[in-house]
Design a protein around this ligand. Structure first.
Ligand code: PCD
Length: 783
């Protein structure tokens, strides 16, 4: 049950969400709700081919169509030096195609007209003459010596984008040579899509009189977008104001800068009128930031009893036509090297090869700190393979291999320093709560009767909260975050942060942190994000980084205010500053509890009655550069039953025990977990974006790319343990991604466990009923 917003000391309470009244009543203000006077609409012309030379583009008929103001092609952009733009991963990407197209649905021309319908109609009248080229959709084939080289702009000798390694190769080989047990498994993480309810879109509004561009965009990282736009367009940064209004879901899809954004800006600059561009669902699914698409091979070297020694991983990463993953620049494969997970491996060696193919660009961190999901899925899957090989129960195998709580801060063989954790405790709670022993008994009885029941465990560790800035940057922009707090004379507060929520509830949780530190209630604090003209610089919301970074900034910023408040309190109480105590609600004179002043009294005094020589006012800004990332963990258990006739998997129970350190708002954390589990469930059972060999995308909208409904979704059970982060100002770790990161392995492990009596060791996601049915048929279980 949610508690009232007026309560004091709100940290750790399920305060009702401040944003809900407007979202629930349809009063949110999303990008397409904004209508400006004189606004034009843009529609993009896209390629039907996955790889083709552009022989010519004829825009004359489109230009004559009713309402059309402008048609832009790649050649027009080339004349402005804007045909290509940098991606956030040190690659470059075509804005509008020149010379050739590299994936189906690639942006080829932009048509701007008075109405949306006119723009859509006129786009049909742009005639492009294509000469098809050989298509490569399989990343393994793309690496073969005779494969066509896709990126002619890069002087590449092959389609390899990068080769990246972590860990100690020699030491790992050595342990493998002498290991009593070695298991090996190929594991695919399919290409999936973040699919926010609100697709991408923007309005570019250039004022020819002031020279100022106001860019409304559904963005997870408004400041970073402002800087990138300034660098790409040459417009001075202070003449660009980015406003990210309410965001209808982000999930990593709204981190990159897309070609449509640049075209809308160019159109507004040229026409001096606001230009709106909103994607359709198909445009979103086919051309913006896909995720995953990792082909991984893992080997574990272990003792006979299942104690692990070393891990070796080789991965082919399909990045599509441009490397547009928004990864920190030192990490071409993101934070994938967290792949040793919760286990005390002595050594590990990880390799990733990034590859170009004729698919839309991406590799974005869909509810994932830059490839952490792939890593967690892989290790949790192969730990089960090992358990089966050595004949040890998967829960017991995990316990034998956990990093123990005394080992924190723990240095992993691939170079991470885990801040804190108590894996045994979290798993023990999960096993007890789900009734593991009884479930195993039930399973044995069912197996004896030929029924298929499975139990799957995932005890993952995540790494979230990028910075710190000494290691993390995006395009050279260092990763920290910020908060600015202004206390008004009546004790009411406006706080602005450098991040930008998309439904996570920052208006409530960050108000809770600030209210807690200042002795106020969340009612007294308004949190505002997303306007670069008002908010301090920050890197945005993704990678579960807002709480670890901006959450830390909010606490420390409030403490900065409290320091000044204490001085004013001393003045009001007529005692020395050292004699003032704060109990979370009021300031009082030591030993004189009856003489108190509240933050409200102090706020008023800050503007009317400050001690002599003190600067009036009560506000502060804090840029927080965290000393380390935070490492949340969890123990998830899935219980499934498989229908022998149809191969359908029913998730009977799912328990998620999460540990994200200090919890700011338990209700919001539970909501985050429910949402992420629903996505993990969809990934495990129903989502993939396949291509045919001509590069035609076969899942272009929500009829083919399935999004779970309330009917499909299992009932989620949740619980938690609390192991605070030792370095975070309030001990909190991120949590938003954990359920998406941790759950796919639990589902798949459960299905494989159910099918284990048939000798099944692995099934690749998505686990469609027909895949299971085929296995059952091959084994004569079903007709
Ligand atoms: N929290 C609390 N406590 C703790 C932690 C946390 O309370 N300890 C809470 C906070 O404050 C917020 C939330 O919870 O409110 C979350 O957080 P985080 O974890 O920090 O995170 P962020 O940063 O804020 O966010 C991000 C995430 C991500 S990453 C994603 S995908 C997703 C999630 O978030 N997205 C989304 N979730 C969500 N939700 C919603 N509603 N929507 C969306 O969109 Mo990426 O990378 O971008 O891919």
């Amino acid at each position: 049950m949610a508690v009232r917003q007026t309560e004091l000391r709100p940290l750790g309470k399920s305060v009702g969400r401040k944003e809900d009244p407007r979202f629930i009543r349809g009063k949110g203000r999303y990008i397409d709700d904004i209508v400006l006077p004189g606004m034009l609409y843009m529609c993009l012309v896209r390629s039907p081919y996955a790889h083709a030379r552009i022989k010519s583009i004829d825009t004359s008929e489109a230009m004559q169509a009713p309402g059309v103001k402008l048609v832009i092609t790649g050649e027009d952009l080339a004349a402005m030096n804007l045909a290509w733009m940098p991606t956030m991963a040190n690659d470059q990407q075509m804005v509008l195609a020149t010379g050739k197209v590299l994936y189906q649905y690639q942006e080829v021309a932009a048509v701007i007209a008075e109405t949306r319908e006119q723009a859509v109609d006129a786009a049909q009248l742009v005639y492009v003459d294509y000469e098809p080229l050989p298509v490569v959709v399989d990343p393994f084939k793309a690496l073969e010596p005779d494969a066509p080289i896709l990126r002619e702009d890069r002087e590449q000798k092959s389609n390899l984008i990068f080769h990246w390694e972590a860990g100690d190769k020699e030491a790992t080989e050595e342990l493998f040579r002498n290991a009593p047990v070695v298991v090996k498994q190929d594991v695919r993480f399919p290409r999936v899509h973040p699919s926010p309810l609100e697709p991408c879109g923007c309005i570019a509004d250039y004022n020819t009189a002031t020279g100022k561009l106001t860019w409304y965009v559904t963005s997870q990282a408004p400041h970073a977008h402002r800087t990138v736009l300034s660098l790409v367009s040459g417009l001075p940064e202070h003449q660009i104001r980015v406003i990210s209004p309410d965001v209808g879901g982000g999930f990593g899809n709204k981190v990159p800068v897309y070609p449509g954004y640049v075209c809308a800006v160019v159109a507004s600059l040229k026409l001096g009128r606001p230009v709106k561009w909103i994607e359709t669902r198909t445009e979103n699914t086919t051309s913006t930031g896909f995720a995953r698409d990792y082909h991984m091979t893992a080997e574990i070297a272990a003792e006979e009893d299942g104690r692990v020694l070393a891990l070796r991983v080789k991965t082919i990463a399909d990045h599509g036509a441009f490397d547009a993953a928004a990864d920190p620049s030192k990490f071409p494969a993101g934070l994938f090297s967290i792949v040793t997970g919760s286990y005390d491996f002595k050594e590990a060696f990880v390799e990733v090869d990034g590859v170009y193919t004729n698919k839309a660009p991406g590799g974005v961190a869909y509810r994932c700190s830059f490839r952490v999901t792939e890593a967690a899925y892989l290790i949790e899957r192969v730990m089960d393979v090992l358990a089966r090989r050595v004949g040890v129960d998967p829960a017991e195998l995990r316990k034998r291999n956990f990093i123990r709580k005394e080992q924190f801060p723990y240095k992993s063989p691939t170079g991470w320093t885990y801040d804190s954790g108590d894996y045994e405790k979290t798993l023990a709670l999960a096993l007890e709560k789900i009734g593991y022993e009884e479930l195993r008994k039930e399973q044995a009885e069912k197996r004896a009767r030929g029924e298929l029941m499975g139990i799957g465990i995932s005890t993952f560790t995540e790494v979230v909260g990028a910075g710190p800035s000494h290691t993390f940057d995006i395009m050279g922009i260092k990763m920290f975050d910020s908060a600015q707090i202004r206390v008004h004379p009546t004790g009411k507060v406006i706080a602005r942060l450098g991040v930008r929520h998309q439904g996570q509830g920052h208006e409530t949780t960050f108000a809770q942190i600030i209210a807690q530190e200042l002795g106020l209630s969340t009612d007294d604090v308004i949190v505002e994000e997303g306007d670069t003209d008002t908010a301090p610089y920050g890197l945005g919301t993704y990678a579960s980084r807002s709480t670890p970074t901006a959450g830390g900034a909010a606490a420390l910023c409030a403490r900065r205010i409290r320091e000044k408040a204490k001085k004013i309190a001393a003045h009001l109480l007529e005692v020395g500053e050292e004699d003032v105590v704060f109990d979370g609600v009021a300031f009082s004179a030591k030993g004189l509890a009856s003489r108190t002043v509240t933050m409200k009294d102090i706020a008023f005094a800050a503007y009317t009655n400050v001690p002599e020589g003190m600067e009036p006012g009560l506000e502060a800004t804090y840029y927080y550069d965290p000393p380390n990332l935070t490492f949340p963990h969890g123990a998830y258990i899935a219980v499934v039953d498989i229908d022998k006739g149809t191969g359908a998997v029913k998730v009977r129970r799912f328990l998620a025990v999460d540990d994200c350190g200090t919890v700011i708002n338990p209700m919001i954390v539970e909501g985050q977990v429910h949402g992420g589990l629903t996505e993990g469930f969809a990934i495990a059972f129903m989502q993939d974006i396949p291509f045919d060999e001509d590069g035609n995308c076969l899942a272009t909208n929500w009829m083919d790319y399935l999004v779970p409904t309330a009917l499909d979704t299992p009932k989620w059970e949740t619980d938690r343990t609390v192991t605070p982060s030792p370095h975070h100002p309030i001990g909190a770790k991120g949590v938003g991604e954990s359920p998406n990161v941790g759950s796919p392995a639990a589902f798949v492990n459960a299905v494989v466990d159910a099918l284990a009596p048939l000798g099944v060791e692995h099934i690749d996601m998505p686990i469609y009923p027909w895949k299971v049915w085929k296995i059952l048929r091959e084994h004569g279980v079903t007709e």
